[in-house]
Design a protein. Structure first.
Ligand code: BTN
Length: 255
């Protein structure tokens, strides 16, 4: 039994948690084994050698971070799957605030920010049953920079990345954060499309009202974020005054 179980509450006690030192990607592991694993399988790694981010990007996953994935097999229609990402963002923000004194904001759609720096990315990958339109499963991947790596962040991300704590590595904080994330997830995923949680997502937004760059492939366009609507899509006003709505698969945004 690993230390995390003692910290799990309520529904999270039913999660089946495996902790490993190193893996290619916790998301890949659960996806590859999704058929044989039950709802609630969790894998946590101290380091990933092939961590993956949204839109096919890689996710640098050095020691000092928390890399975890949760497999869920919910009765949820595929159109609502974006709410798994928004709900996870709220769950992780709450968890970070429960173990640290850092106020945590959300950058649509899947990034968490502290003091203007990205401290967490979320990657939800799912498959849908074409007959029912319901999800077969979803793998919720969460990567948190709990500590800054000993040698500092990689040159590629050093201007945008931050950590929840400083450089002083204490494994206890990583375990506490992982447990708190699972406790929050087990509560909030009971109703991923809850209006209350989406409101908290909006209230934590670091982009509403801001000028951003919209990136689609090699194109970048400036816009102002007007709101996040009830479908969790982003509403943008372009410089020519046109108002558009985008879902997460289509674009990413840069502050
Ligand atoms: C992003 O910032 O684009 C999302 C990053 C998601 C990273 C996490 S780390 C745990 C899980 N395993 C992965 O390979 N990716 C996710």
């Amino acid at each position: 039994m690993n230390a995390i179980y003692e910290l799990l509450k309520n529904g999270a006690k039913n999660y089946s948690v495996t902790v490993v030192d190193e893996i290619n990607s916790t998301n890949s592991y659960l996806k590859d084994n999704a058929e044989n694993l039950k709802d609630g399988a969790v894998i946590i790694a101290k380091k990933q050698t092939a961590g993956r981010g949204r839109l096919g990007r890689s996710f640098i996953s050095e020691k000092g971070g928390l890399y975890m994935s949760l497999l869920i097999k919910p009765s949820l229609c595929a159109e609502k799957s974006l709410f798994i990402t928004t709900t996870t963002a709220v769950a992780v923000a709450r968890a970070i605030e429960a173990v640290s004194d850092k106020k945590t904001g959300i950058k649509w759609v899947n990034d968490l920010f502290i003091d203007g720096k990205k401290v967490c990315g979320i990657l939800v990958e799912s498959t849908t049953n074409p007959k029912t339109g319901l999800l077969d499963y979803a793998v919720i991947g969460i990567g948190v920079n709990v500590y800054e790596p000993e040698s500092g962040f990689d040159a590629e991300i050093k201007d945008i990345a931050g950590a929840v704590f400083g450089k002083n590595n204490d494994n206890g904080n990583i375990t506490r954060l992982a447990a708190e994330i699972l406790n929050q997830l087990s509560d909030l995923l009971a109703e991923p499309h809850s209006k209350e949680v989406l409101n908290e997502y909006r209230n934590r937004s670091v982009v509403i009202g801001k000028k951003v760059d919209i990136i689609k492939g090699s194109n970048t366009v400036s816009a102002t974020v007007i709101d996040i609507d009830d479908d969790a899509a982003i509403i943008l006003e372009l410089s020519n005054g046109e108002v558009i709505k985008k879902t997460s698969g289509e674009i990413s945004i840069r502050l």
